[in-house]
Design a protein around this ligand. Structure first.
Ligand SMILES: NC(=O)c1ccc[n+]([C@@H]2O[C@H](COP(=O)([O-])OP(=O)(O)OC[C@H]3O[C@@H](n4cnc5c(N)ncnc54)[C@H](O)[C@@H]3O)[C@@H](O)[C@H]2O)c1
Length: 258
């Protein structure tokens, strides 16, 4: 019951890390509103987590790229929970393309969801957290935002922007006791599996040497429930009250943040 009394919004809750985060928070006793564009899966994730208790979860539709959607969903969630203490924001999309052939459409789509979505959800959450005396915003960056990414140029640029935004938002909102950090994960989720499915045999070999070989703790991507859930509980809890503006790899040692 480490998070008893915490009121939390989780974006991207229909699958992958968002799904695991909803479970971790409900297990820790929090009151959660799970949000996603995928309503069917999002609603069943919330219902299943809630049934297990001891906290609770409900579901609301959200498109993070759309200001009106963010404002109305967050207002409804805050009305339901009576305030907002934590935003966990894993919702994002990934499309492959190199620096030479990335299209305007793919660039704009990834920047709308990954970058504008981070700005909008953070900005709206901040307004509510400020009113309740503070809070914790947990964004999702990537090793892709830290290094050259030949196969995912726009995604890499979008995650680099999430890192910069996280530092700036933390520096700006610390005065209101609102913390902003970013997790840089390496987890076996649908996004990870879909990326692997697009690879040829040669690309899979390259991916092993680029992505898995450097995971010191076992050369495999992590499990979102076992390896990420407890870290997300820590960043939602008051135990992390003096940490802000940081890029936190939860990746078995895959990357170094400097
Ligand atoms: N999987 C990894 O190892 C890895 C590595 C580095 C970074 N990341 C980042 O971690 C986060 C979580 O990744 P994941 O692997 O769980 O992804 P995922 O694709 O499995 O899940 C993403 C969720 O976000 C939702 N979503 C997409 N667009 C949305 C929108 N416009 N509005 C609301 N919801 C939307 C999807 O419906 C989905 O439920 C992402 O930010 C991703 O970029 C993942």
């Amino acid at each position: 019951m480490e998070l008893e009394g915490k009121r939390i919004i989780v974006t991207g809750a229909a699958r992958g890390m968002g799904e695991a985060i909803v479970r971790a928070y409900v297990n820790a006793g929090a009151q959660v509103v799970a949000m996603d564009v995928n309503d069917e899966d999002g609603a069943s994730v919330a219902a299943a987590a809630s049934a297990g208790g001891p906290g609770s979860a409900s579901y609301m539709h959200l498109d993070v790229a759309d200001r009106q959607s963010v404002e109305s969903a967050f207002a409804a969630a805050v009305a339901e929970m009576g305030g907002l203490d934590v935003l966990a924001h894993p919702a994002a999309i990934q499309r492959s393309s190199s620096a030479s052939d990335v299209t305007d459409e793919d660039w704009d789509l990834m920047f709308a969801v990954n970058v504008r979505g981070t700005m909008l959800t953070n900005q709206v959450a901040y307004q509510y957290m400020k009113e309740s005396g503070g809070g914790s915003i947990i964004n999702f960056g990537s090793i892709s935002g830290q290094r050259p990414e030949p196969g995912a140029a726009a995604y890499s640029a979008s995650k680099g922007a999430v890192h910069s935004w996280t530092r700036t938002a933390a520096g700006t909102w610390g005065a209101d006791n609102v913390r902003v950090n970013a997790i840089l994960p390496a987890m076996a989720t649908p996004m990870y599996r879909e990326a692997n499915q697009r690879y040829s045999e040669k690309q899979l070999e390259i991916a092993y040497w680029r992505n898995r070989h450097s995971i010191a703790l076992g050369q495999e991507y992590g499990d979102p429930d076992e390896d990420l859930g407890p870290v997300m509980v820590f960043f939602a809890s008051d135990a992390s009250r003096f940490i802000t503006g940081q890029m936190i790899p939860v990746d078995g040692g895959q990357t170094n943040v400097r």
